[in-house]
Design a protein around this ligand. Sequence first.
Ligand SMILES: N[C@@H](CCC(=O)NCCCC(=O)O)C(=O)O
Length: 261
Amino acid sequence: MHHPLVAVSTDAKDFENYTWHAAPQQYLDAALSVAGVLPVLVPALGEKIDLDSLLASVDGVMLTGSKSNVYPALYGGEASAENGPYDHARDATTLPLIRKAIERGVPLLAICRGIQELNVALGGTLATEIQEREGSLDHRAPQSDVQDERFAIRHPVRVSPAGCFASIFGPGDIQVNSVHRQGIGERAPRLQVEAAASDGTIEAVSVKDAAAFAVGVQWHPEYWAASDENSARIFRAFGDAVRAHAAARSSGGLPARTAAG
Ligand SMILES: N[C@@H](CCC(=O)NCCCC(=O)O)C(=O)O
């Protein structure tokens, strides 16, 4: 079976005297087994990467979650020891990659840190320690060493009837997991809300004027994509968009604006 290629963000991690560029396996499994695309890891090498060449060679981009936070100066905030850890190499890679993928009409799925990067890349800001806001839910993972407990599905989000998620999930609420302490602060002007939690936290967005599927989710559909229908739906929708992009590219039928650059 032919699998179209999807570029996947990596974290730069220092380990055993090397810097590794890595992504968790759950994202890779969900991409291959549920979306039906072949994930290709993109090193966090920032401006050394020719993004036009990369994006001419793949049919989708997926941004993973991470314990690290986007460096606050990138959205006018202040860095602090408590706010870290940071991953400057990842920021220097993902923010331009997001902008370029949207500009070229390459389908984009941005998960957790990814939705935060999407917001920052398009001019928005992030709020930190959102569990401390009055009336806020605690969106952090429960304290546990067991990953299945940390990633357990545990709160509802309301899907907006007006956006593209309504056609993926239908109307009403869906149940999601939650492993974050930051969230969208000021929403970037090009983003529209696709889902929100009961405390108002923005849980999913899409890019209003994008030529292709371009969405972000604050939860982790990759973790249960093999067993949870709603988690799988996002990956299937992304896979469909990637295949449509691949078909348009191979027939030379991409709209002029997506072939540019
Ligand atoms: N660090 C940010 C982004 C949230 C995110 O991507 N979480 C995944 C964490 C994975 C883990 O803890 O195992 C935030 O906290 O908002």
